[in-house]
Design a protein around this ligand. Structure first.
Ligand code: ZN
Ligand code: ZN
Length: 311
């Protein structure tokens, strides 16, 4: 009897620990270059009752479904900036999500100035679908709307114990561009968004559990007849990202929004010039559980065979 009680207590404890963690799932780790392996930038953050999506690049809805997260569970979408590779998946997430989940309330967006205009024009562009889904599919009319919150750097969201802070980063001339910090139950995660090495981001990320940072290294686009080098100078190279990791000293550093055709091993080697701590080169559907410890695993199809390599 005592043994059963102990098992029940242990299970309850494990459930409580899980409830107190932040789960970060990389939905898309790629760049503007179309790829079936790396979808466009998008990161899912689950904490308590909140399911937050940061950016909605190409394929975000596909990865969300592969991750087994119902569309109706998404509580808010945050945009780091309005470059198209970060928002082209938004109509899909919004409208397909509405159709499949019968969401009865608008999808709420938080983002930099310009987010409201994006939302207004998306509603206009998809007016036909929004009307026919209500008339023909009995979709709740309110779910066919977007509500946009234009935000400044600082504290922007506080629901169910989850706090989100927008951090101004340096993606100039794209201004403003934000990174985000998420705090929940004593745990913390920072997402860099698109940025050069940014001292403000490093300050906001100092001592966090998980720091997810973009990275870019020079490569040539196969689409360009002139074989132009893609613009990587708006971004952070591996040496500079290593500087940010060394200074912020997170429990785990992760690359996502990987703007290069170089292999992971080359990215790691270049980063090791400036940083020797724990590092993961992100892949789509990699999930990090941020609790008393930070662990990494794959979710979705084929996850049983996948191992996350910690460098
Ligand atoms: Zn950008
Ligand atoms: Zn980008």
């Amino acid at each position: 009897m005592r043994c059963v009680a102990l098992v029940v207590l242990l299970l309850a404890g494990a459930r409580l620990a899980r409830a107190q963690e932040i789960r970060v799932t990389l939905l898309g780790t790629g760049s503007p270059v179309p790829s079936a392996v790396r979808m466009g930038p998008s990161i899912l953050v689950g904490a308590g009752a909140e399911t937050l999506v940061f950016d909605a690049g190409r394929g975000a809805s596909v990865r969300l479904r592969q991750a087994g997260v119902p569309f109706g569970r998404v509580t808010a979408v945050f945009l780091t900036h309005l470059h198209s590779d970060h928002v082209v998946g938004l109509p899909d997430l919004w409208l397909t999500g509405w159709l499949l989940s019968h969401r009865a309330s608008p999808l709420e967006l938080w983002g930099p100035p310009g987010t409201r205009e994006l939302a207004t024009h998306l509603e206009a562009a998809f007016r036909f679908d929004r009307e026919i889904r209500v008339a023909d599919d009995a979709a709740p009319a309110a779910g066919g709307h977007l509500v946009a919150h234009e935000i400044r750097p600082g504290f922007v969201y506080d629901r169910n114990g989850v706090r989100v802070t927008a951090i101004e980063v340096d993606h100039s001339p794209v201004k403003p561009a934000y990174g985000y910090r998420i705090d929940y139950a004593g745990h913390s995660v920072v997402l860099s968004g698109d940025t050069r090495y940014s001292p403000g981001l490093v300050r906001a990320a100092t001592g966090v559990d998980l720091l997810v940072h973009e990275v870019a290294a020079t490569f040539q686009s196969p689409d360009s007849a002139r074989r132009e080098i893609l613009r990587v100078w708006h971004h952070t190279n591996p040496r500079e990202a290593g500087d940010a990791f060394r200074q912020a000293h997170p429990k785990l550093a992760v690359y996502s929004h990987i703007v290069t055709a170089l292999p992971d091993s080359a990215l790691v080697r270049m980063t090791r010039a400036t940083y020797s701590g724990p590092l993961v080169v992100g892949a789509d559907l990699m999930q990090f559980r941020v609790g008393e410890t930070v662990t990494a695993r794959r979710v979705g199809p084929d996850s049983a065979q996948s191992v996350v390599v910690l460098h």
